[in-house]
Every structure is written in C-alpha cells, then in structure tokens.
Design a protein. Structure first.
Length: 223
C-alpha cells in the first residue's frame, strides 16, 4: 500500500468499515453530528468501532461538542482520535487534548489566503490539522459538502504538525490533488458514496487505488 494515508469518513454501516479496512485505508471516521446524513448514535458508533480491525484508526468527528457529549461517547466507543470540525478555539483544542488524552485533529476550512493563518495557529496545538474546503455561508454542514477549494493556496506549504487534505475529493481527482499539494494524507466522505451516508465498496477501492497510483507518480517523503 502507498505511503499516503487515507481516511474514509462518515461510515454508517459495519460492511463499510470492513470495506474501508480491506481497501487499505488507515483511518475510519464516525460522525457525531445530528444534522449530517452520516450521523451515527453512540450505540451505532460502538458497533462500528468494534467491527474495525486492529490497525484501522477510529476517528470521532464532532462539531462544537461539550464535555458531556464527549464523556458519553468516550465511555462507550473505543476511539483512537478526536476530529473537531466546528468553531472550537485554540484553547478548546488544548483543553480537549488534556482532558481526554487522545490525539486531536482540528479541521480548518479554506477558501482564500485569509484562511491560512488559522492553519498555523491550530497546527501549534493540535496533533493533526485537516485542511478542508470552507463551507458556504449558511451551510447546514461544516464539512462533507462535496466541495473542493483552490489547491494552489496550500501548494508547498507545511505546518507544525501532520496534516490531511479534504474537500470534494473523488477517485477521479485525488491524484491531481496529491500532485498539486504534496499531501501525504487524504480524507474522503461523499466522494465514495452511492448516496448520502451510504458508502460504496467499489468506490472506496477505486479511491485507494488512485491514491496508490499517485504515490508512485510523485516522490513522497516518509513521515
């Protein structure tokens, strides 16, 4: 498998977790956000997490979650990482890392040069940053909208921690995205679905193959 790591986010069924693992992904993402078509309950997430084989990192995506919700989830779901996808402050990221002792990935929406400083700010306190397309004004979802951003904005840039590219990626364009940005980790959700919230095993496999092909085509340094 390529050295570029893949996260399949928004898994809702055990068979999708199995397909994610079999395709060679490194991360499986579970969404705890009721407005999302990919939302799972705590009990559903527990079943999905227990389906994941050893070696597949289980990531919980949360949006402006309070401690009560985090406590409830982490008491029942064996997660390996928390992904904060709301308007969490730098201080809140620090607080969550300290309280729960899990790696934290902070998502940052990008639409223009003006959004780039936040990547540096969060990169100093998070374990990873997710560079995502900025949600349109008034959008119900902070991510998972199937939108890409201008990848030239981050071409050649690096931050204080590892980072992952997201936003509108599909089997058809992920190779170009990797070539343009030098990303060593990529995240996909709607780009491998047959309909919102339902992953397609063939599309997952095609995405991983496209990433593998891209890794062979470019020189990718080791982590």
């Amino acid at each position: 498998m390529s050295e570029i790591r893949v996260k399949i986010c928004g898994l809702t069924r055990p068979e999708d977790v199995v397909a994610t693992a079999e395709a060679g992904a490194s991360y499986a993402g579970f969404v705890f956000f009721p407005k999302s078509p990919r939302h799972v309950s705590v009990s559903q997430a527990r079943e999905l997490a227990l389906t994941a084989p050893v070696g597949l990192a289980k990531v919980g995506l949360l949006v402006n979650a309070d401690d009560a919700l985090l406590d409830e989830i982490l008491e029942q779901v064996p997660l390996d990482m928390l992904q904060l996808h709301g308007r969490e402050s730098v201080d809140r990221v620090v607080e969550i890392r300290a309280r729960y002792g899990l790696p934290v990935m902070k998502a940052v929406g990008v639409a223009s040069e003006a959004d780039l400083p936040a990547l540096l700010d969060y990169g100093k306190v998070a374990d990873q940053i997710l560079v995502d397309a900025k949600a349109p004004e008034g959008a119900a979802l902070p991510g998972g909208n199937g939108l890409a951003f201008d990848w030239r904005l981050i071409a050649g840039r690096r931050w204080p921690c590892p980072w992952m590219l997201a936003g509108g990626l599909t089997p058809a364009n992920v190779g170009q995205a990797i070539a343009m940005t030098g990303a060593r980790q990529v995240d996909v959700s709607s780009g491998v679905e047959s309909k919102p919230g339902v992953k397609d095993a063939a599309r997952i496999s095609a995405f991983l193959q496209a990433v593998s092909d891209a890794a062979e085509a470019v020189s990718v340094p080791r982590l």
